[in-house]
Design a binder for this molecule. Structure first.
Ligand SMILES: [Ca+2]
Length: 318
């Protein structure tokens, strides 16, 4: 039985939008201490009523603000990324080998959630190269730096880091609007981290992940882990760097968003878009899954021995 550890949750802090304007207005001159800007985010969360203990754990290992990650997020256009590489024969062969290595677990978890193993493997292939690339950016620091973008001065600092080409593409107003929304997103993810720490996952403060704060094999954001993290190996915890927990969490996520193995491709694409809102991503994942199933069928035909009946009555067409 797959028992998700975080079946239901309440946020650990209550969002008070007004607090942001209080904390981020009338700012003192910039401190010489590199970490000081992140303390403002901490104070904001404290003003919201987040647990002081969890916040002190969360910010205990905060590093200098990760402005570079914020700038990077305003440069990259995901649709331009080369998703084709994931459909290379060598890439698919590696994924098929991975599937075979974890066949029993994938079969068990796939059956429990009614999610075909091919889609789980395809997502892992694209998200983290099958668990090999999970990122080394400090998650708490990254999110706190994004949250700092509530402050127009901090957004201007990032604006100054962009190339003339990137600036021309954004235009200043759109740039500010986008980063402000991203700051709210990051605050919400920080609240999820606080909740996780409150629930006995202090290690969440140390997590490392992508430059956008996605963690583990499935590249989940903290809020996704809270909602959809699943304990696939039954040890009572959710560790997204363990295969069983990663498989179960992806399956739970897809199932919760309406995945059905027998749905039409357009419907399945809609579900995969909930995982990552990029059409090239969703199409690559679904195509990789389809080709992986074909590879498995071909492999099965190659390795299955003839039954006595087949030996006695060979297929006349062969
Ligand atoms: Ca587990």
């Amino acid at each position: 039985m797959l028992a998700p550890s975080f079946r239901s949750w309440k946020p650990a802090c209550v969002s008070l939008v007004v607090a942001a304007s209080v904390i981020f207005s009338g700012l003192a001159p910039r401190s010489v201490h590199a970490k000081e800007p992140l303390d403002r985010v901490r104070r904001l969360l404290e003003a919201e009523g987040c647990s002081r203990h969890a916040l002190s754990v969360l910010f205990s290992s905060a590093e200098s603000p990760a402005y570079g990650n914020v700038a990077l997020s305003m440069k990259i256009r995901e649709t331009a990324l080369n998703y084709e590489a994931f459909l290379d024969p060598s890439s698919l062969a590696k994924a098929e080998q991975f599937w075979r290595l974890h066949d029993e677990t994938l079969h068990r978890i796939g059956a429990a959630y009614e999610v075909d193993p091919s889609i789980i493997v395809a997502i892992l292939l694209v998200e983290s190269a099958l668990g090999e690339r999970t990122g080394n950016h400090p998650v708490a620091t990254t999110l706190a730096t994004f949250a700092l973008m509530l402050d127009p001065d901090e957004r201007e600092r990032v604006w100054g880091m962009l190339s003339a080409q990137d600036r021309a593409r954004w235009a200043r107003d759109r740039f500010h609007a986008r980063l402000e929304r991203r700051a709210s997103w990051a605050l919400n993810e920080l609240r999820a981290l606080v909740t996780l720490i409150d629930r006995g996952m202090p290690e969440a403060a140390q997590w490392r992940g992508s430059y956008m704060a996605a963690v583990g094999w499935p590249q989940f954001l903290p809020s996704s882990l809270l909602h959809y993290g699943a304990d696939g190996d039954g040890d009572g915890t959710v560790d997204l760097n363990r295969p069983e927990d990663a498989f179960a969490s992806i399956a739970k996520y897809l199932k919760s968003h309406g995945w059905r193995n027998d749905a039409v491709p357009e419907q399945q694409e809609k579900v995969v878009l909930k995982y990552n809102n990029s059409r090239p991503y969703a199409r690559t994942v679904l195509e990789a899954a389809r080709r992986l199933r074909d590879l498995r069928i071909a492999e099965h035909k190659k390795t299955s021995t003839s039954t006595p009946a087949q030996a006695l009555f060979p297929d006349p067409s062969s």
